[in-house]
Design a protein around this ligand. Structure first.
Ligand SMILES: [Zn+2]
Length: 397
């Protein structure tokens, strides 16, 4: 006859029933003695017993329910009555620990709603279960981070995500080497950035380099708290500024609406046909040709092989952009001039936010799923627990 292998060694199976909708296993704890939690005395004097229905992992695609005999003992020594404890089921819980763990894993990378439907568990029960486990995991995860960040020379990255369109920002602190999220804090002011940077796990760590965009309060907070750290402005943010300037110039030529892609994309990534089209436009419009040249030559700057060459190229570029007839480029030139030292730092400590692209993508997904998250703390908890820098197939999908 078929029998379910339970793999919970503390229990003895006394009966199994196969129902249409689920499997039922009646189990009792093998050990007949229990230690009194009040005085530590061992006793086997059963005071009374009842049965608790506990859900466990599926077997052959059907839910498995354990009908657990729960004894209450009366202590020989101190006469107190106490309830038997189990390794695989927490007190008063109606799911085995391994099933709770399974549900938690299922909820990561998905929504509570979807899992509650799939597993046929009331939404509020699952919600309570998920957040109770998530809070434990958060503590575990923080301890783990503190442990392995302690002796590391850290490269951190600060970036912002818009939570609800145009509504407000969350600042995210990440480990730039792995992309794992270290912490989050609301808005992007100097005060909140300081708060973010003093979260306990960074206090003992040595922050060596910080990759950041050109947002002043970020810089001010970093310089205040980690005066010795190298500040690198993320390459992609800088290139984006220049690309946006070219896009501004393009708007002067209404006929080029379709040409946006070809203009903004790197020349080497265009098809032959796009290249020809682009050459045509540039021949036709001298001004556009100049604006385009400025964009492409800026990309050359980032190809420089050493600091001195880079500095020379950047200075030249700033002068050319300032002398150009385009306001958008003049503005970018002034911005880059202001941030020059931290932009050039890239050639000494070549870190970018490239690694955290995947993390940003994941955060966006969580945000999308979290539509209807009742509070921001839960959103942060999700981000913190899901963006660990380790790639998980389900999450990557
Ligand atoms: Zn006792």
């Amino acid at each position: 006859m078929f029998s379910v292998s339970l793999e919970l060694p503390e229990f003895k199976v006394v009966k199994q029933v196969f129902h249409e909708e689920f499997f039922q296993l009646n189990v009792v704890k093998k050990s007949t003695e229990e230690r009194c939690p009040y005085c530590g005395f061992l006793t086997n004097h059963v005071h009374d017993r009842r049965t608790r229905k506990v859900r466990d992992l599926k077997v052959l695609d059907k839910p498995l329910f354990l009908f657990v005999q729960v004894n209450r003992f009366r202590c020989f020594n101190c006469d107190e009555v106490f309830t038997q404890t189990f390794e695989s089921i927490q007190p008063n819980k109606h799911q085995t620990n391994r099933y709770r763990e399974y549900l938690y894993e299922q909820c990561l990378g998905s929504t509570i709603r979807m899992v509650s439907e799939k597993e046929n568990i009331p939404y509020t029960t699952l919600e309570r279960l998920f957040y109770s486990i998530a809070t434990e995991k958060e503590i575990e995860h923080i301890n783990e981070l503190e442990e392995n960040l302690r002796d590391e020379e850290l490269v951190i990255s600060i970036d912002e995500v818009a939570v609800r369109k145009g509504h407000r920002y969350e600042t995210v602190l990440m480990d730039a080497k792995t992309g794992r999220v270290l912490a989050m804090e609301e808005n992007r002011s100097f005060e909140s950035t300081q708060l973010l940077l003093t979260k306990n796990l960074l206090s003992q760590s040595c922050v060596e380099t910080v990759v950041v965009d050109m947002w002043k309060p970020f810089h001010k907070a970093i310089q205040t708290l980690f005066p010795a750290a190298c500040l690198v402005i993320d390459k992609y943010h800088v290139v984006q500024k220049v690309t946006q300037a070219l896009d501004q110039v393009r708007k002067r030529f209404p006929t080029l609406k379709k040409g946006r892609f070809a203009l903004l994309k790197g020349y080497e990534n265009l098809t032959e046909q796009q290249k020809q089209q682009l050459e045509g436009w540039l021949d036709e419009h001298d001004e556009l040709a100049l604006a385009y040249y400025l964009k492409e030559s800026f990309r050359d700057f980032y190809q420089a092989s050493d600091y001195d060459t880079a500095e020379e190229l950047l200075d030249n570029w700033i002068n050319e952009a300032k002398a150009s007839p385009f306001r958008a480029y003049q503005e970018v030139a002034r911005t880059l001039e202001k941030w020059k030292a931290s932009i050039l730092q890239y050639f000494l400590t070549p870190y970018t936010n490239g690694r955290i692209e995947g993390t940003n993508h994941k955060i966006k997904n969580i945000k999308r799923r979290a539509y209807g998250f009742r509070n921001i703390q839960r959103f942060r908890l999700r981000v913190f627990l899901e963006c660990t820098g380790k790639t998980n197939e389900k999450q990557a999908a």
